[in-house]
Design a protein around this ligand. Structure first.
Ligand code: ADP
Ligand code: MG
Length: 453
């Protein structure tokens, strides 16, 4: 080989790389271009070395054209680009670095399943019944049920991760030989990228493709990550073909997810998607009773109700209130009474609590306190006493909820927003005079929201 040319391959590749860098995102550049090594330049041919076969296939599908378009020699002549796969099992220098930098890298791929999140301590309610039943069924006969994949979706803190761990735990107990992998989609992505950079795709593939049950949490994080989605797609197909069970969780219905490849979504839809809704009042009470009992906290029933009334959506927050109360009683020796519970709720929710009240909550409370049926309060009657109560209810709705005047008007039998403004004006006139009405308003506000006072 011409000595001059041999020396040039590095410089040529430097220029080509520089030019590619302006065209593709930096994370893609670091993952797919940086590891490429120029090995030779033969007249009109640039030879590049890639770490492994898998890397080559990926490059071929995604970046080959870009590289070709950019490949010119020092005189501006286009170059043919050829690839060779590294024959060295691992670069000696890299290996040393790896061991120094990441001593755990050589360990067997592991997965973490939380022993405390089991079906036995998952409280069932109408909000999660279906999801729980599907999860139990999958754990019983992974891969053999028709629910493959099973996708559990819903909002934050509603028990999706808990169910995934419960499936993992149950499967391990039932079939000791079953291989279970449970990871978040973020971790999946991270491990995938690491495997490419460190040329350990074999380990990655082994971990994810030789499992009997693969559980991936929060797949919404795959959104927009094209390469990881592609890898996930292959993993998915391989497991699915072998009748291995796949369970995924997501924050929305997979069909509504923007940024996921069409073919992935259609694979997801070939199984069963079940949602978890926010728990209703009774389920919240049951969860609180269970959590209090689990942690040995004695909590009067009316205090449990007080918490369940205020915290409506997130079970994680319910739990954190129990923990906070426990800390207060055991560490600070405080008595757990209504005042302390109110304090903890207020601290957790702050202003949010006001937003959580619905128009119905407020009008119901007014109805209970005044003994005027809700129907009459929002109805058409213009009887004097009734109009007064209606005005009060409208005023409280404006003060305590996050609804617009138009929505409030609509709730009160389709009245106009100017009617609401008028009503609030009437109440404010009296409110400032510290009358019985003032007392009434304060009392109701306090009952409805401990955050207010
Ligand atoms: P998500 O993954 O949906 O955001 P998690 O599964 O992490 O929610 O649940 C939040 C917390 O609430 C966890 O500690 C979990 O154990 C608990 N939890 C959720 N749902 C239930 C339930 N139905 N019964 C008991 N605990 C629950
Ligand atoms: Mg979760």
């Amino acid at each position: 080989m011409d000595k001059q040319l041999a020396h040039n391959h590095k410089r040529v590749w430097q220029t080509v790389k520089k030019s590619i860098k302006t065209e593709i995102p930096s994370h893609a550049f670091n993952t797919w271009i940086t590891p490429i090594k120029p090995v030779a330049l033969n007249v009109d041919e640039l030879i590049l070395e890639v770490p492994n076969q898998f890397f080559y296939e990926w490059l071929n599908a995604h970046y080959k054209e870009t590289i070709k378009r950019k490949a010119f020699d020092g005189k501006g002549e286009p170059l043919n680009v050829k690839y060779t796969v590294s024959t060295e099992p691992k670069k000696y220098i890299n290996q040393v670095n790896e061991e120094k930098d990441e001593p755990r890298f050589k360990q067997k791929p592991t997965t973490f399943i939380n022993k405390n999140q089991r079906f036995e301590n998952f409280i069932e309610g109408p909000n999660n019944q279906f999801a729980r039943a599907a999860a139990v069924s999958v754990a019983k006969t992974p891969g053999e049920s028709q629910y493959n994949p099973l996708i559990i979706y819903g909002g934050v803190g509603l028990g999706k991760t808990h169910l995934l761990h419960a499936i993992g735990n149950r499967t391990i107990v039932n079939g000791k030989r079953k291989k279970v992998v449970l990871e978040t989609s973020e971790r999946f992505t991270q491990e995938f990228i690491n495997s490419i950079q460190k040329n350990t795709n074999g380990e990655f593939t082994k971990k994810y493709r030789s499992t009997d049950l693969l559980l991936i949490d929060d797949i919404q994080f795959l959104k927009g990550k094209e390469q990881t989605q592609e890898q996930f797609f292959h993993t998915f197909n391989e497991l699915h073909q072998l009748n291995k069970q796949i369970v995924l969780s997501a924050d929305t219905y997979p069909g509504d997810m923007v940024g996921l490849q069409e073919r992935l979504v259609s694979r997801f839809q070939s199984g069963l998607s079940v949602d978890i809704q926010p728990p209703d009042f009774e389920t919240r009470v049951a969860i609180l009773l269970e959590k209090a009992q689990q942690s040995g906290l004695e909590l009067q029933y009316d205090l449990i109700e007080l918490i369940a009334t205020h915290i409506k959506t997130n079970i994680r927050v319910l739990e954190s209130i129990i923990i906070r109360l426990l800390a207060n009683s055991s560490l600070h020796g405080k008595e757990i009474n209504r005042k302390l519970v109110e304090e903890v709720i207020r601290e957790k929710l702050g202003k949010e609590m006001i937003l959580e009240l619905s128009l119905e909550d407020v009008v119901k409370k007014v109805s209970e306190t005044t003994n005027v049926p809700l129907k009459l309060i929002v109805g058409p009657s213009r009887r004097r006493e009734l109009v007064k109560t209606r005005h009060l209810a409208m005023y409280l709705c404006r003060e305590l909820t996050n609804n617009t005047l138009t929505s409030i008007g609509l709730f009160f039998g389709g009245r106009d927003h100017t009617t609401v403004i008028h009503a609030c004006g009437q109440v404010e006139k009296v409110y400032k005079k510290k009358t019985a009405v003032t007392k009434f308003i304060n009392q109701i506000s306090r009952n409805l929201s401990v955050a207010n006072f």
